[in-house]
Every structure is written in structure tokens, then in C-alpha cells.
Design a protein around this ligand. Structure first.
Ligand code: C2E
Ligand code: MG
Ligand code: MG
Length: 736
């Protein structure tokens, strides 16, 4: 299509064209003369021999029949004009050939001039129209000068049709290219796409690269020019810094293009500028020849299209970053961490582990010191983890206070991770000493699905959190078995509860002065087929977790109330029974009405029922609990705080609770005989007295312990030294 803009028609000087530099086929117009009269060929050649049109000479081809003409056209698609005789093999052989060329061969660019030897024989007008025939002339009409004029106008119209068709194809390609580029959501895919599309637009093999200003290297101070996409022999250069590539010619061309913000065209290459205020890029293409004005115009349209695409890609990248990073710490988030685990399943590298790092008591820090400080702490931990392990491992934030690390086991020993928590962390106003607990899983033991893998490391973490001895645990399949066992246990508990197999035992509580039984604590027992019991310390947490404790608790309460009524009927005066109540029971809005109705049904008056609430339950939702306890108090129920000293009650809050009794936890009684071992028990007893509460010592096992507690001023006691929990039948003996 290359042409100059000189439309002048010139007859060349005498010297034959052939003697000049050898011509390439695309440098001339190809004209086909079809006639069974030899002389016509000769005359035509003479007439057209020196003609050039739009700067290009003519090259004539000769065939002598319609059949030969069609044969010739079969493998030529660059014929500009066909001069064809109507009457050859048959009366209308020429017309048939034309019909075939237009309809069957679908050649609509080539221009056709019909000639006939017989004046007066003219095809009908519709033939001229239907077969897009440029001119119809009798042979006598086609004089030297008319032939030249007809030829020039035909060639020009051929040229115009070609250009229009070419443009149309080009535009179609641009539309297709644009559509396919819009689907490329990574900058690399997009860049490759651009090169491929431009190459196909120009009809070239894809050879080139796309460079953009970016910051791929995190340590870089400012954006650098990087090769974002590359095709053909340039493919290996992808993601390289432009300044680092060997070919200085290419890099200087690209730099010039980006600096001057304009396209550069050389004889063998094209550098296109792509961009707006925010983003700039340059596309380097090896064209190996100059490209035409038409192609340049097409490129212009294409480039303005893809600038939008380029911005889309940038946007997608930003969205990607948001979707896969934690905004607070800028670390990979849980989704990304899960993807990462999955991606490393088949890794051939050395043994890899995934670690979850859970900050102990983070919620206390968050609640106590404020979210701001909590956030600062998380950022500080993130940066310390990154500093220690970021070079060889990936660090992520997987949950509010849980970080994830994945890397080689060699780099990730539990000791090396826990070591980073040895020195305190600084936030703006605080210096915080914190501990962490680790769950660790060896990737090859975790399965092959990202979410399952993460779940298993969590199982290890939870197991480490339950074990107070060391701060880490490796995942093992047995852990999951333990979990399975717990599920099995809850299924069995449900069944046995429905079959009324649970039993209530009673443990007496004594007045230390009179040594008389003043109260009984109701304690659940779960008998097994072999005569053993599963201890409540094991099954109560599971019942709480599954919600079954609500029905079980209601059943205990009902039984205890019935028992109180029976004791009263049997003449036991002032004998209270204490029932343990779990958090889920308190949370149920039906709890208070339920207790009220049980009391009424069994006609239980003031002070005969006591409820024990552990200290940790007290801290869960203080305001709701105060309301609930106040209502229970109004029903005449005594409230006892269980396991005191193991939770974290605020003293101020303790004062506001309507309590009657405080149970000193067994763990403080155990050591009271040892030097200095009585301090805490003593403090609690004092506190109880100050608050006006009855104090009771749990777990008295020796006479010495009883003595010390009595001396301290503790009011009541419960423990194996006095009596173990026992079934009702045994208790009857004791009460006599
Ligand atoms: P708790 O309320 O602190 O009950 C006291 C526990 O200490 C009982 O364990 C009792 O057998 C044990 N104990 C009493 N004296 C001694 C002693 O001198 N030495 C030792 N080593 N232990 C002593 P048990 O019966 O295994 O109950 C464990 C926990 O299960 C209870 O702790 C209570 O929190 C819970 N629990 C028991 N029954 C129920 C119930 O009906 N409902 C709810 N929600 N929890 C219950
Ligand atoms: Mg208790
Ligand atoms: Mg207790």
C-alpha cells in the first residue's frame, strides 16, 4: 500500500522500465489481458507500455481464453484490472468468466473492463451493474488514449477499494483486539496481547516488547522502566529492567519515545507511545520495513483504544492488591495465604512448613488499651516477623491476631519464631510484653487443598493453646482423631441424656465452726457401661460447646428442686443445695423464667437453692449478668462465685454483683501448707469478708489444710477430707 501522494500520471521516458532497479511485485499494478486475438495483446501492450499510475508502472499478464483467465486468477490475488473480451470460446465466454470471478471466486476488488469486437453487441445494463464492470468498450472505441484513461481510472478505483477494504479489516481487528485485551487482567498478559495484536494489525510476526514505568523491585526508590510484555525472540526479557538489557539501541529508542511522548518510526522498527498523565508505556516492534501511512493511522486508532484497556488493567491490579492483602499490615491476607499453601503442595523444594502465630490475650490488649494500640501492636509484630523471616518465607495475616508464615522447615523452628517475642513491642504510648502460641504443620502432612491445610494448622494451634506447658504444637492426624472422638462423645452424651442415664451426685459443704453439713453441691456423673464414669471436667465443656448443656442444666435444676422438696418433707432443715450453672444457660432468655417456675412448682422458699457461677463466666458479659443475677436474687436464690482467683474479675465490678458466697479455688488450697503458699488464699478470704460474703475453701484434703483455713477466718469448707461427691443413697447414711 505504500505510495507517495503524487497523483500525477506521467509517461515515463523512453528507457524501458526493466533496466532500472529490480522491481518487487508490489511495486507495479498487475493488469490481466484476456483475448483470443493475438493482435489485441500486442496493441494493448504498446498502448500501456510507458504508463505509470500513482507512481507505479504497469505489469501486463496475458491469457487467451476465459478458461485460462480463471485458471490464472486461481493463484493471483493482486490483479488490479482485467481487460476481457466478451466473445471467445463461446458467444459470451467473457461474461461467464466475469460472473464466475465475482460470484464464485468472490473477487470484488479487481476492476473489469469488457471489450468486444462486434459493435452493437452490448450486454444489458444490469449485467454491468450486477458484475461491477467498470467499462464496456468496443475494440474500435479503445484507442490509445481512451485505453489509457480507462486504465488510469480503473486502477485508481481499485486502489481506493483496496484501501477501504484494508481499513475495514484493520478496524475489525482493532475491535477484536480491544475486546480480547479487555479480558486480560494482568499487566503481563495485557502487554503480550498488545504486541500480538499490533503485529497482526500490521500483518507481521509478533516480535517486540512493551515497557512501562513501574516499581517491581520493592526496595527501589522510584519507578523504573520494566519490560512488562515481550513476544518472539524478545520473550526472555520479560520483567527485566530496561536499563539492564544488552541491546542499547532498543533501550535508547524506548527511552526517547517515553521522553518525547511520541511515536518513533525507523526503516526497520516502530516504537509507539502509549499513555496519559498517570501511566506511560512504549511498545517496541521490529517491523523490518517502514510502515505505511494507512497502517500508522490504524495504529493511532488502536492505541487510543488500548490506553483505556491499559488503565483497566492497572485498576484490576489495584483491586487484586486489595483482595489479597491485609490493609493494616500490608501483608498477604488469609485468602492469599490459603492460595499460597495450595500452590506449594507439590513443591519439590526442601521440606516446607506452615506456621500460625497467635498472639496470646490479644483481645485483652484491644479491650483494655484500645483498638489503636492493638493495631499498632499488630503492625509492630508484622514488621518484626517480616524482618526475621521475610527473606526466605512468606508472612501473612490470617486472622485478627493470627499471623501465618510458610517456608522451609529449616528456617522456621518454633524456637526461632517464639524468640522474636522475647523482647517487648513498642507502640506510641506503650511498651508491651506479649507471648505467642504456634500451630505448625508440615505441608506434606496437611493434604492438598488450601482450606483443609489451613484448617489443620489451626487444629495444631488450638491444641497448643489448650496445652499450657509449651507454646507450640505440630499438626498430627491424631489431633483430628481427637476431634472426631469429641464429636463421637457428644453424640453418645445426647443419647445417654435422652435415656436418662446421667446421675447427680452430691458433695457436702461444712461449716468450719460447727462441722455440720450446711449445703450440698450437686455434681453430674456420666456412668459408662463398664461401671466407670466420664468426669464432668471432660464432658461439661463439650456439652457447653454443643449447646446440650441447656437441656442438661434444666434437668439438673428440676431434679435438685425436687430433691430439696423431699429433704424438707423428710425434716432436714436449713439444708441448701448448690447447682453449677454454665454461661450458655445464662445467655438463654428462658433461664430466669425457668428457674422461677421450678421454684414455684416445688414450693421452694428463700435460700434453699444456691447457684454457682465460675469467675470466668462472670467476666463474659458483665452488664447482662448483673441484671440476670438481680432477678434471681429477687426469687430468693443464693449466688456463689465458684473457682475464685482463677479469672480476672475487676474488684469494682465484683462489688456491684449481688453475691452471697465466694469459693476459694482448690489450686490455692493445695499449697497453703508450704512456706508462703497461703498468701493468695488469705487475700481471697480477706476480700470475701470485706465484701460481706461467706467464704468457702474448695478441695480441703488434709486436717492441716482445714486448720489453716479455719485460722484464716474462712467460714465453710468442702473437700475429700470431709466427704467425696456421692450418690444419694450414700448421702442418706451420712445425713442421719
Ligand atoms: P466445681 O464446681 O469446681 O466442683 C468441684 C469439683 O472439685 C468437683 O469435681 C469435685 O469432685 C472436686 N473436688 C471436691 N473436693 C475435692 C478435693 O478435696 N480434692 C480434689 N482433687 N477434688 C475435689 P467434679 O465433680 O469432677 O466436677 C468438675 C466440674 O464440673 C465442677 O467444678 C463444675 O464446674 C462442673 N460441673 C459438675 N456438675 C455440673 C453441672 O451440673 N452443671 C454444670 N454447669 N457444671 C457442672
Ligand atoms: Mg461448683
Ligand atoms: Mg470449684
Amino acid at each position: 500500500m505504500a505510495h507517495n501522494n503524487n497523483d500525477d500520471i506521467v509517461f515515463k521516458p523512453e528507457s524501458p522500465v526493466q533496466k532500472k532497479a529490480p522491481l518487487r511485485p508490489e511495486d507495479s499494478w498487475h493488469i490481466l489481458i484476456v483475448d483470443d486475438d493475438k493482435e489485441v495483446h500486442e496493441v494493448t501492450r504498446l498502448a500501456l507500455s510507458r504508463l505509470t499510475v500513482l507512481g507505479r508502472p504497469l505489469e501486463l499478464h496475458h491469457t487467451s481464453s476465459a478458461a485460462e483467465c480463471l485458471q490464472f486468477l486461481e493463484d493471483r490475488d493482486n490483479i488490479a484490472v482485467i481487460l476481457i473480451d466478451v466473445v471467445m470460446e463461446t458467444e459470451d465466454a467473457g461474461l461467464s468468466a466475469v460472473r464466475y470471478i465475482r460470484n464464485t471466486m468472490a473477487r470484488d476488488e479487481v476492476r473489469i473492463i469488457l471489450r468486444t469486437g462486434q459493435p452493437g453487441y452490448a450486454p444489458e445494463e444490469n449485467v454491468v451493474q450486477d458484475y461491477d464492470i467498470n467499462d464496456y468498450k468496443t475494440k474500435s472505441e479503445l484507442t490509445h488514449s481512451t485505453l489509457t484513461t480507462v486504465m488510469i481510472s480503473s486502477i485508481r478505483s481499485y486502489q481506493q477499494i483496496r484501501t477501504i477494504n484494508q481499513n475495514r479489516k484493520g478496524l475489525q481487528k482493532i475491535i477484536n483486539a480491544g475486546a480480547s485485551l479487555m479480558e486480560q487482567h494482568s499487566l503481563e498478559e495485557f502487554s503480550d496481547g498488545v504486541i500480538t495484536q499490533i503485529s497482526s494489525l500490521l500483518g507481521l510476526r509478533a516480535e517486540g516488547l512493551l515497557c512501562a514505568q513501574a516499581r517491581l523491585d520493592e526496595d527501589a526508590e522510584q519507578d523504573d522502566i520494566y519490560i512488562m510484555g515481550a513476544a518472539g525472540s524478545y520473550a526472555p526479557l520479560i520483567r527485566h529492567q530496561l536499563s539492564r538489557i544488552d541491546d542499547t539501541h532498543i533501550s535508547s529508542l524506548i527511552n526517547t519515545c517515553l521522553q518525547q511522548k511520541q511515536h518513533l518510526y525507523t526503516d526497520a522498527e516502530t516504537v509507539l507511545y502509549l499513555g496519559n498523565e498517570q501511566h506511560t508505556a512504549a511498545v517496541y516492534l521490529q517491523t523490518r520495513c517502514p510502515i505505511s501511512e494507512t497502517d500508522k493511522a490504524l495504529l493511532q486508532v488502536f492505541l487510543s483504544n488500548i490506553t483505556i484497556g491499559y488503565e483497566n488493567v492497572k485498576l484490576f491490579q489495584e483491586l487484586r492488591v486489595t483482595a489479597y492483602t491485609d490493609p493494616l499490615t500490608r501483608l498477604a491476607n488469609r485468602i492469599e495465604f490459603t492460595r499460597l499453601l495450595q500452590g506449594r503442595v507439590d513443591s519439590e523444594e526442601a521440606r516446607q512448613v506452615a506456621v500460625l502465630v497467635d498472639i496470646d490475650h490479644f483481645s485483652d490488649i484491644n479491650d483494655g488499651l484500645g483498638q489503636e494500640t492493638g493495631n499498632e501492636l499488630l503492625i509492630a509484630v508484622a514488621s518484626r516477623l517480616k524482618m526475621a523471616f521475610g527473606d526466605n518465607c512468606v508472612v501473612a495475616r490470617v486472622d485478627a491476631d493470627v499471623f501465618g508464615i510458610v517456608g522451609e522447615e529449616f528456617n522456621l523452628s518454633p524456637q526461632s519464631i517464639l524468640a522474636i517475642f522475647e523482647s517487648p513491642f513498642s507502640t506510641r504510648d506503650q511498651v508491651l510484653s506479649i507471648n505467642a502460641t504456634l500451630g505448625i504443620g508440615r505441608l506434606h502432612e496437611l493434604g492438598d487443598h488450601g482450606l483443609t491445610m489451613l484448617k489443620r494448622v489451626y487444629i495444631a494451634l488450638n491444641s497448643a493453646k489448650k496445652e499450657n506447658t509449651r507454646h507450640f504444637e505440630y499438626y498430627s492426624p491424631e489431633m483430628e482423631e481427637a476431634k472426631e472422638q469429641r464429636l463421637q462423645m457428644i453424640r453418645q452424651l445426647r443419647i445417654d441424656f435422652a435415656l436418662q442415664k446421667l446421675r447427680i451426685w452430691y458433695q457436702p459443704q461444712y461449716d468450719l465452726k460447727t462441722r455440720r453439713i450446711v449445703c450440698l453441691e450437686a455434681l453430674l456423673r456420666w456412668p459408662q457401661a463398664d461401671g466407670s464414669f466420664i468426669p464432668p471436667g471432660v464432658f461439661i465443656p463439650i456439652a457447653e460447646y454443643s449447646g446440650l448443656i441447656i437441656s442438661i442444666g434444666a434437668w439438673v435444676l428440676e431434679n435438685v428442686c425436687a430433691q430439696i422438696a423431699m429433704f424438707k418433707a423428710a425434716g432436714f432443715k436449713d439444708l441448701r443445695i448448690a447447682v453449677n450453672v454454665s454461661m450458655p444457660q445464662f445467655r438463654s432468655p428462658l433461664f430466669v423464667p425457668h428457674v422461677a417456675s421450678a421454684l414455684k412448682r416445688h414450693n421452694i422458699a428463700n435460700g434453699e437453692l444456691e447457684l454457682e457461677i465460675t469467675e470466668s463466666v462472670m467476666m463474659d458479659d458483665p452488664e447482662a449478668l448483673i441484671q440476670c443475677l438481680t432477678k434471681l436474687k429477687a426469687l430468693g436464690i443464693r449466688i456463689s462465685i465458684d473457682d475464685f482467683g482463677t479469672g480476672y474479675s475487676s474488684l469494682n465490678y465484683l462489688r456491684r454483683l449481688p453475691l452471697d458466697k465466694m469459693k476459694v479455688d482448690r489450686s490455692f488450697i493445695r499449697d497453703i501448707g508450704k512456706p508462703g503458699g497461703a498468701v493468695i488464699a488469705e487475700t481471697i478470704v480477706h476480700l470475701g469478708r470485706q465484701l460481706g460474703l461467706v467464704t468457702i475453701a474448695e478441695g480441703i484434703e488434709t486436717a492441716e489444710q482445714e486448720q489453716i483455713m479455719t485460722d484464716m477466718g474462712c467460714v465453710e469448707a468442702q473437700g475429700y477430707y470431709f466427704a467425696k461427691p456421692m450418690p444419694l443413697e450414700e448421702l442418706a447414711e451420712l445425713l442421719k
